[in-house]
Design a protein around this ligand. Sequence first.
Ligand code: ADP
Length: 359
Amino acid sequence: MAELSLQHLDKIYDNNVQAVFDFNMDVKDGELIVLVGPSGCGKSTTLRMVAGLEDISRGHLFLNGRDITKTPAKDRDMAMVFQNYALYGHMTIYENMAFSLTLRKEDKNVIHKKVMAAAEILDLTNQLNKKPNQLSGGQRQRVAMGRSIVRNPSVFLFDEPLSNLDAKLRGATRREILLLHKRLGATMLYVTHDQTEALTLADRIVCMSMGHVQQIGTPMELYDTPNNTFVAGFIGLPPMNFYPVTVKDGELAGQGFSVPLTEAERDTLSDYANKEIILGVRPEDMTEGGTLPVDVVTNENLGMNTLVHGYIAGQHGLNITAKLRGWKDYRNGDGVKLQFTRKHFFDKDTTNAIRKGAK
Ligand code: ADP
């Protein structure tokens, strides 16, 4: 059982760079939390503060109610899986997995049991006598996880564990981590810059930008109701399209185009009459057959869907990407009329989402 509470965590490095600002979160036992954001946003720093590899400048960290803010890393009962899964080349897989237990001089029989159990979970039973260079990248990553599992830590910490793997292996290993989490039921914190990993793995996502938490919620919450334009643009692929528009009676007026508003949308925007806001539309929330003329630049067939890239007719600055269902064959210079099936609205000044009833 492992509940974590991160309370008002700040990290200020020696060079006075503040990497993390007021990080607050309660992690429930068995939750898989993914910290996501662009490079440099403070995800690894946060993870390393939890691991005890970086001092916490301000704030407190609790594990099962116990204040571990100043507890040394080795006494925190956590295991970290790194991007560089440095295995010992001269040791067998078995010896690599047993290494930390051997160091602690655990009983040989106990070590054997633990290694065999971890190998079973990770499907490495037939690889135990091999050396790391005889294994594939994905298998080596599993060995690195095995080294953590044998220690039976209360919290697993993952720092971009898949970034060294090629795309296909990344998908497969991601699913293995998901299964591993289900089997172990352990509390896990996982850092990645990849929004797909965040959406597919997380029980809850923490989306960060420039040291600040932008939103904490389930993948569905971040995708469906992003707090601000940052989260809206970061979660979802291809990213959401954004346009400055003015709220008019029954429609949104943009530069050289307008789109109709539904009754419910008018209601949501009732405080913004004649004001400029930011309209956000996901590529997958567009269909053919509307009133918005778009000039096509490129057409990318993905099989089940087609990505149509272009710009709003006559407005070269207003790029648009639509993800249309099925196989389309638009060509450069073609025109297509689109409609938006779902719209997101953001305050122009704060960039925060405009939501009904939220004042
Ligand atoms: P991320 O994991 O999101 O890529 P990091 O947590 O590694 O981001 O870094 C956050 C910020 O802190 C960055 O601006 C980075 O340059 C800075 N930083 C990271 N490590 C150190 C360090 N040891 N000393 C000074 N600044 C650092």
